[in-house]
Design a protein around this ligand. Structure first.
Ligand SMILES: Cc1cc2nc3c(=O)[nH]c(=O)nc-3n(C[C@H](O)[C@H](O)[C@H](O)COP(=O)(O)O)c2cc1C
Length: 374
């Protein structure tokens, strides 16, 4: 190994005592490839096995906690006990390759396609559609329904524990339901779940509390609980960097094992809400967190050099997503001093060697600008 990259390969102990063998994490990525009954497919398991040997921790694609939270065609289900066996297969396949296995738990809210949810009924914090062409007006959830969804996040966590996962990641990012409650764009409520910045945090923090209480009750060994968030929204009103720093301040006191910022560019700078717009979001977050909880950084870390530079900012863990689809041996190549051999563009003829399920492969080749194609 090139000594420049040695620090990326030191082990890291999370607050709950779980040790990761290195600092590189597989970012959560939806692959649209579950079986029609909601179970994890063999193609998905094979895809994870191919990518779980180098990284210290794998965060899976998101799984929906209630039927009306299903956000993607071919998303595997986490909303009922019949799925535990299927979860078991996924968790044990990842763990057998040497990585910790973390299940991402999710509700899509107003971004769910109507054809995927019961009666085509889309729900959210309020009845405000997303600012996207063709977006549908959701129905505002009642307080009872909100309580049921919080409970459902707990139930999916219990299933993850029973299935042998090492942890869960609460998906509070990318515009989905948890973020919709935090956002002044999608949350116009005037009850205890909305109205002020503090009240908009009620739902995200209640989910954290629920998940933590389930872990306390059901886990017999240390179980990882992480939380993912997106730092800003482009809309007005919308989440600002200042809002996020307040949320992160609250989350940092919750006894979580990590926070995970969702960024497409690791070194991106804030859009608004803070004084210095030249300082990176990562630097703002690290300053606010002040070592209370580990932060995972992510976003276009294509090369070993990119990873080294990202790590130098002080984040203890780095996630890579598309890079591991394009080159499943990304981590091993750096570990073996072969970083020059990392592939950075999808080879259209290489689906079989890359072990990518058909539905994901189809999207990779057909969604413009998503993946660099050779
Ligand atoms: C195919 C694909 C699926 C994704 N699905 C999820 C997901 O289920 N949950 C999530 O939090 N982020 C998801 N993301 C975002 C990634 O976790 C990551 O933040 C993003 O790809 C940037 O990292 P990268 O530049 O290393 O790819 C997805 C990204 C891709 C490319």
């Amino acid at each position: 190994m090139n000594s420049k990259y040695q620090d990326l390969f030191t082990s890291y102990t999370l607050p709950n005592g779980v040790e990761l063998k290195n600092r590189i994490v597989m970012a959560p990525m939806t692959n649209y490839s579950a079986n029609p009954d909601g179970t994890v497919s063999e193609a998905e398991v094979n895809y994870y096995v191919r990518r779980s040997n180098g990284v210290g921790m794998v965060i899976t694609a998101c799984t929906y906690v209630t039927p009306n939270g299903k956000g993607f065609d071919g998303e595997f289900a986490g909303d009922r006990d019949e799925m535990i066996l299927s979860f078991k297969q996924l968790a044990s396949a990842i763990k057998a390759e040497g990585a910790k296995a973390v299940l991402q738990i999710f509700h899509g809210g107003r971004l769910c396609p109507p054809e995927l949810v019961p009666n085509g009924e889309i729900v959210s914090a309020s009845d405000v559609p997303a600012e996207q062409p063709g977006a549908i007006s959701p129905r505002a959830l009642t307080e009872t329904e909100i309580e049921e969804i919080i409970e459902a996040f707990g139930e999916t966590t219990r299933r993850a524990i029973e299935a042998g996962f090492d942890g869960v990641e609460i998906h509070g990012a990318n515009g989905y339901l948890i973020q919709q409650f935090f956002s002044p764009h999608s949350n116009r409520r005037e009850d205890r779940f909305g109205g002020s910045l503090e009240k908009r945090m009620t739902f995200p923090l209640a989910i954290v509390d629920k998940v933590k209480s389930v872990v306390e009750k059901h886990a017999t060994s240390p179980f990882i609980v992480g939380y993912r968030f997106s730092p800003e929204e482009p809309e007005t009103p919308g989440i600002t960097m200042a809002d996020t720093l307040a949320l992160v301040d609250a989350l940092a006191n919750k006894g979580l094992d990590y926070l995970h910022v969702s960024l497409s560019e690791f070194f991106s700078t804030p859009r608004r809400g803070v004084e210095d717009l030249t300082k990176t979001r990562i630097d703002y977050l690290l300053e606010k967190i002040d070592n209370r909880v580990p932060l995972i950084g992510v976003g276009s870390i294509h090369t070993a050099e990119d990873a080294r530079k990202a790590f130098e900012t002080g984040v203890p863990l780095i996630a890579i997503g598309r890079e591991l689809i394009i080159d499943p041996d990304w981590v091993q190549k750096v570990a073996e001093g072969r970083e020059d051999e990392i592939v950075t563009k999808i080879d259209k003829n290489n689906q079989e060697q890359l072990v990518v399920p058909d539905p994901l492969w189809h999207r990779i080749l057909n969604v413009p600008g998503w993946f660099p194609i050779a």
